[in-house]
Design a protein around this ligand. Sequence first.
Ligand code: ZN
Length: 341
Amino acid sequence: MSFDLLVKNASLPDGQTGIDIACKDGRIAAVEAEIAADAAQVIDANGQLVSPPFVDSHFHMDATLSLGLPRMNESGTLLEGIALWGELKEILTVEAVVERALRYCDLAVSQGLLAIRSHVDVCDDRLTGVKALLEVREKVKDYIDLQLVAFPQDGLYRSPNAEKNLLKALDMGVDVVGGIPHFERTMEDGAKSVRRLCEIAAERGLMVDLHCDESDDPLSRHIETLAFETQRLGLQGRTAGSHLTSMHSMDNYYVSKLLPLIAEAGVQAIANPLINITLQGRHDTYPKRRGQTRVPEMRSYGINVSFGHDCVMDPWYSQGSGDMLEVASMGFHVAQMTSRD
Ligand SMILES: [Zn+2]
């Protein structure tokens, strides 16, 4: 038997070492110790990790690699980042967004990323980011599965044309319904936005992924509303709460009620360790809260939790490189998930 490609002496994510991986006709044909066969190409992995491609479940490709445009985020807060992005949005062009996004896709794919869910800001009447990322989604489809979320960055109700623009973006082919309830003017408007966004998704048969409770406010409760609306509208398994950082600061008794509700509704959770550790706790002196949501606790309830990179060299985060292992490393440190399990 002759293969097209043979990767020798690999370590696998489950801990197996000294494994060979043989590929034929673009598919993995065998994974076992010491495959004795010819191959057109042989790669010695030298005991290094060989893993399935990575998935980045939360990213902002319309803002990536824009660091310093038009200025830096001095306070390091989420709110200054949003204000700064607002300044940059005014001067964005489709060509510039496409160019930066493609440059990021090269960086990402070179580090093993195959699938990226990117939010795209719809609070821009020109829909510059939407036009650009729809073009990018098409351009990279042979090597990256790019999924787009219509994201009303300045608030579905707080920003005058947000709902109209969001619906237009979905009509243009954006895949998922996004939102930002904690940025609406009141807790009530936030809850109303969660309801409306879930209804839009239910009407159109789409998924929902909301920036949800991305604050240190222990009383932010939009994840509760998201779980409720998911259940009411039969969206189980199709909704996700991104960030959920307020859960870090919530009262423990309330969390013991909340987690079973999230599990029952089948809402997925997406933490963004690099960003959550950087942006949260900025209004604290000492001790400073970490801000990352309760990852092991959610997992113990069977809630599906994933990690996203969120930002790379943009108004919110001056670092990053598309390396999901860096994301994972920060995630398990902050969540204290350093045991063998
Ligand atoms: Zn985000």
